[in-house]
Design a protein around this ligand. Structure first.
Ligand code: HEM
Length: 162
Protein backbone atom coordinates (compact mmCIF):
# COMPACT_ATOMS: atom_id res chain seq x y z
CA UNK A 1 0.00 0.00 0.00
CA UNK A 2 1.37 3.43 -0.93
CA UNK A 3 1.44 6.39 1.40
CA UNK A 4 -0.62 9.40 0.27
CA UNK A 5 1.57 12.05 -1.38
CA UNK A 6 2.63 14.90 0.89
CA UNK A 7 1.07 18.22 -0.07
CA UNK A 8 3.47 20.34 -2.11
CA UNK A 9 1.87 23.68 -1.24
CA UNK A 10 1.00 24.91 2.25
CA UNK A 11 -2.70 25.49 2.54
CA UNK A 12 -3.39 29.15 3.31
CA UNK A 13 -5.00 29.64 6.71
CA UNK A 14 -8.68 30.48 6.24
CA UNK A 15 -9.74 33.97 7.29
CA UNK A 16 -11.68 33.79 10.58
CA UNK A 17 -15.08 34.48 9.04
CA UNK A 18 -14.55 32.27 5.99
CA UNK A 19 -14.29 35.32 3.73
CA UNK A 20 -11.82 35.48 0.87
CA UNK A 21 -8.41 36.59 2.13
CA UNK A 22 -6.47 39.34 0.45
CA UNK A 23 -3.97 36.63 -0.54
CA UNK A 24 -6.68 34.72 -2.39
CA UNK A 25 -8.12 37.91 -3.86
CA UNK A 26 -4.85 38.86 -5.56
CA UNK A 27 -4.41 35.39 -7.06
CA UNK A 28 -2.48 33.61 -4.33
CA UNK A 29 1.21 32.80 -4.66
CA UNK A 30 0.97 32.76 -8.48
CA UNK A 31 -0.46 36.29 -8.57
CA UNK A 32 2.12 37.61 -6.12
CA UNK A 33 4.96 35.90 -7.97
CA UNK A 34 3.80 37.56 -11.21
CA UNK A 35 3.79 40.89 -9.36
CA UNK A 36 7.30 40.51 -7.93
CA UNK A 37 8.66 39.06 -11.18
CA UNK A 38 7.29 42.08 -13.09
CA UNK A 39 8.73 44.50 -10.53
CA UNK A 40 12.25 43.11 -10.05
CA UNK A 41 13.65 43.76 -13.56
CA UNK A 42 12.44 47.36 -13.33
CA UNK A 43 14.42 47.75 -10.08
CA UNK A 44 17.58 46.28 -11.58
CA UNK A 45 17.50 48.81 -14.44
CA UNK A 46 16.42 51.82 -12.39
CA UNK A 47 19.13 54.47 -11.90
CA UNK A 48 18.06 55.23 -8.31
CA UNK A 49 17.65 51.63 -7.16
CA UNK A 50 20.12 49.56 -9.14
CA UNK A 51 23.12 50.79 -7.10
CA UNK A 52 21.46 49.30 -3.99
CA UNK A 53 20.47 46.00 -5.62
CA UNK A 54 23.56 45.45 -7.77
CA UNK A 55 23.20 42.65 -10.31
CA UNK A 56 20.35 41.11 -8.35
CA UNK A 57 19.96 37.95 -6.35
CA UNK A 58 18.51 34.75 -7.84
CA UNK A 59 16.32 34.04 -4.79
CA UNK A 60 14.93 37.54 -4.43
CA UNK A 61 11.69 36.94 -6.36
CA UNK A 62 10.91 33.73 -4.46
CA UNK A 63 11.74 35.24 -1.06
CA UNK A 64 9.81 38.45 -1.59
CA UNK A 65 6.86 36.46 -3.00
CA UNK A 66 6.82 34.26 0.11
CA UNK A 67 7.06 37.32 2.35
CA UNK A 68 4.15 39.10 0.65
CA UNK A 69 2.06 35.91 0.64
CA UNK A 70 2.41 35.79 4.41
CA UNK A 71 1.65 39.51 4.80
CA UNK A 72 -1.58 39.16 2.82
CA UNK A 73 -2.91 36.19 4.76
CA UNK A 74 -1.43 33.26 2.83
CA UNK A 75 0.98 30.49 3.86
CA UNK A 76 3.52 31.37 6.55
CA UNK A 77 6.45 29.92 4.60
CA UNK A 78 8.66 32.99 5.04
CA UNK A 79 8.46 32.64 8.82
CA UNK A 80 8.48 28.84 8.88
CA UNK A 81 11.20 28.11 6.31
CA UNK A 82 13.01 31.26 5.17
CA UNK A 83 14.15 32.79 8.43
CA UNK A 84 11.17 35.04 9.16
CA UNK A 85 11.42 38.73 9.89
CA UNK A 86 14.98 38.50 11.30
CA UNK A 87 16.15 37.37 7.83
CA UNK A 88 15.09 40.78 6.47
CA UNK A 89 17.41 42.73 8.72
CA UNK A 90 20.77 41.78 7.19
CA UNK A 91 19.89 42.56 3.54
CA UNK A 92 18.70 46.05 4.50
CA UNK A 93 21.29 46.82 7.22
CA UNK A 94 23.58 49.70 6.38
CA UNK A 95 21.89 50.40 3.03
CA UNK A 96 20.92 53.92 4.28
CA UNK A 97 17.91 53.96 1.93
CA UNK A 98 16.97 57.52 0.91
CA UNK A 99 13.42 58.87 0.56
CA UNK A 100 13.69 59.17 -3.24
CA UNK A 101 14.73 55.51 -3.39
CA UNK A 102 11.86 54.45 -1.10
CA UNK A 103 9.39 56.41 -3.26
CA UNK A 104 10.72 54.84 -6.48
CA UNK A 105 10.53 51.34 -4.94
CA UNK A 106 6.82 51.87 -4.16
CA UNK A 107 6.04 53.47 -7.54
CA UNK A 108 7.66 50.62 -9.46
CA UNK A 109 5.68 48.08 -7.41
CA UNK A 110 2.39 49.84 -8.14
CA UNK A 111 3.26 49.98 -11.84
CA UNK A 112 4.10 46.26 -11.75
CA UNK A 113 0.61 45.54 -10.41
CA UNK A 114 -0.70 46.69 -13.81
CA UNK A 115 1.93 44.74 -15.75
CA UNK A 116 1.17 41.60 -13.76
CA UNK A 117 -2.59 41.99 -14.21
CA UNK A 118 -3.46 42.11 -10.52
CA UNK A 119 -7.12 42.97 -9.85
CA UNK A 120 -7.70 46.63 -10.67
CA UNK A 121 -10.04 47.18 -7.75
CA UNK A 122 -9.88 49.35 -4.66
CA UNK A 123 -9.39 46.40 -2.30
CA UNK A 124 -6.23 45.27 -4.07
CA UNK A 125 -4.72 48.61 -4.96
CA UNK A 126 -5.46 50.36 -1.63
CA UNK A 127 -4.06 47.45 0.38
CA UNK A 128 -0.97 47.17 -1.79
CA UNK A 129 -0.27 50.90 -1.63
CA UNK A 130 -0.88 51.11 2.13
CA UNK A 131 1.25 48.06 2.90
CA UNK A 132 4.09 49.22 0.65
CA UNK A 133 4.13 52.64 2.30
CA UNK A 134 4.35 50.95 5.70
CA UNK A 135 6.82 48.24 4.72
CA UNK A 136 9.19 50.64 3.03
CA UNK A 137 9.19 52.91 6.09
CA UNK A 138 10.22 49.88 8.15
CA UNK A 139 12.97 49.03 5.66
CA UNK A 140 14.23 52.61 5.57
CA UNK A 141 14.43 52.89 9.35
CA UNK A 142 16.17 49.53 9.66
CA UNK A 143 18.58 50.47 6.87
CA UNK A 144 19.76 53.48 8.93
CA UNK A 145 19.84 51.79 12.35
CA UNK A 146 23.24 51.58 13.98
CA UNK A 147 22.04 49.48 16.92
CA UNK A 148 19.03 47.42 18.02
CA UNK A 149 17.41 50.47 19.61
CA UNK A 150 17.35 52.18 16.23
CA UNK A 151 15.34 49.42 14.52
CA UNK A 152 11.67 49.93 13.64
CA UNK A 153 9.36 48.60 16.40
CA UNK A 154 7.71 46.18 13.93
CA UNK A 155 9.88 43.10 14.29
CA UNK A 156 7.67 40.41 12.80
CA UNK A 157 6.02 39.75 9.46
CA UNK A 158 2.95 42.02 9.55
CA UNK A 159 -0.53 40.82 8.58
CA UNK A 160 -2.32 43.13 6.20
CA UNK A 161 -5.95 42.13 5.84
CA UNK A 162 -8.33 44.35 3.90
C1 HEM B 1 7.71 46.62 1.67
C2 HEM B 1 9.01 46.86 1.86
C3 HEM B 1 10.06 45.81 1.68
C4 HEM B 1 10.00 44.46 1.79
C5 HEM B 1 8.80 43.59 2.15
C6 HEM B 1 11.31 43.93 1.48
C7 HEM B 1 11.63 42.60 1.47
C8 HEM B 1 12.85 42.09 1.16
C9 HEM B 1 13.17 40.69 1.12
C10 HEM B 1 12.17 39.56 1.41
C11 HEM B 1 14.45 40.58 0.79
C12 HEM B 1 15.23 39.27 0.62
C13 HEM B 1 15.60 38.72 1.95
C14 HEM B 1 15.82 37.24 1.82
O1 HEM B 1 16.68 36.84 1.02
O2 HEM B 1 15.10 36.49 2.48
C15 HEM B 1 14.99 41.91 0.62
C16 HEM B 1 16.27 42.22 0.24
C17 HEM B 1 16.68 43.48 -0.14
N1 HEM B 1 15.94 44.65 -0.09
FE1 HEM B 1 14.08 44.82 0.58
N2 HEM B 1 12.15 44.98 1.19
C18 HEM B 1 11.43 46.14 1.29
C19 HEM B 1 11.88 47.42 1.06
C20 HEM B 1 13.07 47.73 0.49
C21 HEM B 1 13.46 49.04 0.04
C22 HEM B 1 12.58 50.30 0.15
C23 HEM B 1 14.71 48.92 -0.50
C24 HEM B 1 15.56 49.96 -1.14
C25 HEM B 1 15.08 51.01 -1.78
C26 HEM B 1 15.11 47.52 -0.35
C27 HEM B 1 16.31 46.98 -0.73
C28 HEM B 1 16.69 45.67 -0.60
C29 HEM B 1 17.97 45.16 -1.01
C30 HEM B 1 19.08 45.98 -1.65
C31 HEM B 1 17.97 43.79 -0.71
C32 HEM B 1 19.10 42.80 -0.95
C33 HEM B 1 18.79 42.16 -2.28
C34 HEM B 1 19.74 41.07 -2.62
O3 HEM B 1 19.95 40.20 -1.78
O4 HEM B 1 20.19 41.10 -3.75
N3 HEM B 1 14.09 46.83 0.24
N4 HEM B 1 13.97 42.81 0.84
Amino acid sequence: MTEPAAPTVDPAPAPPDGAESLYEHVGGTDGLRRLVAAWYPTVLTDPLLQPLFGAGHPAHVEHLTAFLAEVFGGPTRYTDELGGFPALLAPHAGKAIREDQRRRFVDLFLAAADTAGLPDDARTRDALRAYLEFGTEVAVQNSHATDAAGLHPCQEVPRWEA
